[in-house]
Structures are given as structure tokens and as C-alpha cells.
Design a protein around this ligand. Structure first.
Ligand code: EPZ
Length: 430
């Protein structure tokens, strides 16, 4: 099984190009089935989750062709099946975006119940509530979530929790309902806005995305479009924290600094310097890191998808820090692994109490999920000696060429496939 072998201690220095946002690409790929005309999408990240979703789309008759590594051409005029079920699709959360998209267009869909990272109870009651409010029947049978409607009719929907997935799913279905839908307490994440912009570029009529009230006037038909996905806020944030923990100097390029404000402000608080230009941000970490408190919140708050990365940094900061996870209850599973590298962290419920230590020491650790896996790599880059990170297939779900991008910044990191390759890595780096 593939692992990352890392020799820590090198400050990361240089520039890194950030790819398209995975969590925007997934709903946009799904939404592209809502027209029979051809859709061209640029800046698709080449990561495992987008590959699984496009494969599932091909299995129901959607033509998906790559035109270069990051551009796809999609035509969904020949869909022959509204049942999406294969061995892989239930492993990714975004499989359920095909529900909203197919329900909107065909008024019927069946999709394998979604999995995704095991970071807590990932309810879908708000998706179901939204579909039902639009007039659909929704039920679960044989591991599939099934929905159908004679017609979808616009309505007012109040989301009981702020949910990215439910906002996206309901927005897709409602964009082809009759009349007007209002989603209140909607998620405001940049990828929600990106999907709304994409749908509008296909002829939808969606206003207010990015605020907590989204108003949608249903239309009968969408047309083809050409669209470019926004940069990945979390990939950028991960490299920014890589600079912080390695005492580095990293410029993340092709980003939208506004999307990174909560991340930049925490980096400033803990003692990094930030320089901002139109589409890049430079993070310089030259002083000892300071402690702070942070609580994860829906956008524009500090993202839960950056919680493990900031914890890795705070565990090296002087004093006591507190990290509160308010979105997913099971997102501290990596803390045991970090402890094996020398961190001093106590988890109580949804709070981690962190007493900073001067250094990590390399160890063999396992990624429990995507972002925690990336955070353990950051710890390895900061650690003394060699760290081996297992289960990197989680990391590959959401980071394209992670080790190559880190190498280009001076990191000593390689993928190894066996004990022999690990020994070779150790000999090579001396
Ligand atoms: C999306 O997950 C992202 N996934 C996650 O990123 C991200 O952590 C999360 O949003 C929060 O930002 C994708 O975009 C594919 P939610 P999602 O619905 O949509 C509760 C990553 O690392 N809830 O906003 O599943 C839920 O339990 C991944 O890239 C309900 O109670 O998250 C959670 O506590 C991991 N009922 C909270 O809302 C519902 O019907 C937020 O979940 C839906 C959600």
C-alpha cells in the first residue's frame, strides 16, 4: 500500500499553483447533467473524488471526455438510467448531488446512500426535507435513496442547520421547479456561490447565493455553457499552514484572497506575516508561533476542513490553545497520531486543549480522513527525523499531486510502496 515517506526539517520556500476547488467541482459536474447541450468545464482538479463521480456519470450514459488534465467536455443527452449505483460511488459524499440534479431534470432519481470521510454523523434530513417541500416523494430502500415527483413546485424552505450539501441539492432541484423557491438559512460557502454561477450560466435564475437567503425562479430548460471552477480554498489554506509549521516562505498562486480571510487572520494571530496581491498570498513564518483559540464555523467562519491543519500548527505554538469543532463531532481522530509524534493535546468532547511543544519527532502514522491526513503530512514536514503516513488514498481524494507540489517547495517527501522503497528513501536522504 502506498505511503508518504517524509524527512522533516526543511523550511518550505517558493510558489505553488493552487488547483480548482474539489467541493465546487463535484456539484458542478453533477449539475452538468441538467442540460442536453454540451458543457465545457475548466479547472477541474484531477483528484480521486472527481474521477469517481465522472465514472458514475459515465455509467448512466453521460458522455464525459477529458480535453487536457483539467478540462472536461460533458454531454448528458444520452442518459439511459436514473439509478446511480456502483461499488465506488457510495464512498464519496458528493454522489448525492446527482439526486438533486436528476430530480430537477427528470423528476426521478435513485442514488446509493453516500459515504465520504468518517468525520461524524452526516445526516441528510435537510436534503430530504427540501426535496419533499418541493413536492417530491423521498424514501430509502436497499441502500439507495430514491426520489420522484409528478412535478416540482417552488416553495419556502428553512434549513434547520446550515448545510453545504443540502443547500446545493435543493438549489439544483428548485432551479427546474415551477415558480419561486426561497432557501433560508442557506450555506454561504464559495462553492455554493460557484454552483449558483454555473447554473445561472446554463440559464437558471438564482439570486442571493453567498447570503443566507437564496431565491430561485424555476426554468424549464438549461442550455450548454463553458465555465471555470474557482480555486480551492482548502488546498491553498493547507499550503499556507505548511509554510507556518516549517518556518517557511510560501506564495500560493491562483487564489481568491477573500475566500481565505479567516485562514489568513488566524495565521497573522499566531505570528506569521501575510502579503496579499490580486490572486496570490505570501505566508512568511520567521518567528516562534503564538497560541490562540479557534472555533470552526460555516463560511465566512474558520472552515472545519482546516481544523486539523491549524491544530498541527498550534501544537507547536508557545502556550495553551483551544480548538473547538462545531460542525462535525468526530473530527479529532488524528490527535492520537499527532500525540505519537510528540504533541500534547487533550480532547474533551468537541474541544481540543493544546499545550504547545517545541518540536515533533517523526513516527509512523495513519490518515484517518482527507484533511487530517494532509495535516499529518504537515506535521511530518515540521518533525525531526522520518515520518511515514499511511492510508494516503484519503489524501488523494482531495489533493492533486500533493507530494510533487510539496517537493517543488523543497520538502523531502516521496510516495513509497514497500519496506524496500522506504529503506531506499532513507538511504537517499541520509
Ligand atoms: C461539505 O460536506 C464538504 N463536502 C465537506 O468537505 C465540509 O467539511 C462540509 O461541507 C462543511 O463545510 C463536500 O463539499 C463534498 P454539511 P457536507 O451538509 O455537505 C449537519 C472535505 O474535507 N447536517 O455542510 O456533507 C451535518 O451533520 C469534506 O473536503 C444535518 O444535520 O456538510 C454537519 O454537522 C469533508 N442534516 C453540518 O450539518 C443534513 O441534512 C454541516 O454539514 C445535512 C447536514
Amino acid at each position: 500500500m502506498e505511503q508518504y515517506a517524509i524527512k522533516g526539517g526543511n523550511p518550505l520556500v517558493g510558489e505553488v499553483e493552487i488547483g480548482g476547488a474539489k467541493n465546487a467541482a463535484l456539484p458542478i459536474l453533477a449539475a452538468s447533467v441538467m442540460t442536453d447541450e454540451t458543457v465545457y468545464i475548466d479547472n477541474i482538479p484531477d483528484v480521486r473524488d472527481t474521477k469517481v463521480l465522472t465514472k458514475a456519470m459515465q455509467n448512466i450514459g453521460v458522455m464525459v471526455k477529458h480535453d487536457g488534465r483539467h478540462r472536461v467536455v460533458i454531454n448528458a443527452s444520452q442518459i439511459h438510467d436514473l439509478v446511480v449505483e456502483d461499488d465506488y460511488i457510495k464512498k464519496i459524499r458528493a454522489s448525492y448531488y446527482l439526486l438533486g440534479a436528476l430530480l430537477g431534470k427528470y423528476k426521478r432519481a435513485e442514488v446509493a446512500l453516500p459515504g465520504g470521510c468518517d468525520i461524524g454523523c452526516r445526516a441528510i434530513d435537510q436534503h430530504i426535507k427540501g426535496f419533499k417541500a418541493l413536492g417530491a416523494e423521498v424514501w430509502i430502500e436497499h441502500g439507495l435513496i430514491k426520489t420522484k415527483a409528478e412535478r416540482l413546485v417552488g416553495c419556502n424552505i428553512y434549513m434547520d442547520v446550515v448545510s453545504v450539501g443540502a443547500t446545493i441539492n435543493v438549489m439544483m432541484a428548485a432551479s427546474m421547479a415551477e415558480g419561486q423557491t426561497t432557501i433560508e438559512n442557506a450555506a454561504k460557502e464559495p462553492h455554493v456561490v460557484d454552483l449558483a454561477n454555473f447554473l445561472n450560466s446554463m440559464g437558471a435564475n438564482i439570486k442571493g447565493a453567498g447570503t443566507d437567503v437564496i431565491r430561485i425562479k424555476g426554468v424549464k430548460k438549461f442550455h450548454g455553457t463553458e465555465y471555470t471552477i474557482i480555486p480551492d480554498q482548502i488546498e491553498a489554506g493547507t499550503f499556507m499552514f505548511a509554510a507556518a509549521v516549517t518556518k517557511g516562505d510560501v506564495t500560493v498562486k491562483n487564489v481568491i484572497p477573500k475566500h481565505l480571510e479567516s485562514i489568513s487572520s488566524k495565521l497573522l494571530e499566531i505570528g506569521c506575516e501575510i502579503e496579499e496581491a490580486d490572486d496570490c498570498l505570501r505566508v512568511v513564518s520567521s518567528k516562534p508561533l503564538n497560541h490562540t483559540h479557534v472555533k470552526t464555523l460555516p463560511y465566512p467562519g474558520f472552515p472545519t476542513d482546516m481544523q486539523p491543519q491549524i491544530t498541527v500548527a498550534l501544537a507547536l505554538a508557545g502556550g495553551t490553545s483551544i480548538v473547538t469543532e462545531s460542525i462535525f463531532e468526530n473530527r479529532f481522530k488524528y490527535v492520537d497520531e499527532l500525540t505519537r509524534m510528540g504533541a500534547n493535546i487533550k480532547v474533551e468532547g468537541n474541544t481540543a486543549i493544546i499545550n504547545g511543544v517545541p518540536r515533533y519527532t517523526g513516527a509512523s502514522v495513519s490518515s484517518p480522513d482527507l484533511r487530517a491526513g494532509a495535516a499529518l503530512v504537515l506535521a511530518g514536514l515540521a518533525a525531526e527525523g522520518i515520518t511515514v503516513v499511511d492510508d494516503i488514498h484519503y489524501i488523494e481524494r482531495g489533493y492533486e499531486d500533493f507530494h510533487l507540489k510539496l517537493q517543488s517547495l523543497g520538502a523531502q517527501i516521496e510516495i513509497v510502496n514497500s519496506e524496500r522503497e522506504l529503506q531506499k528513501f532513507k538511504l537517499k536522504i541520509g
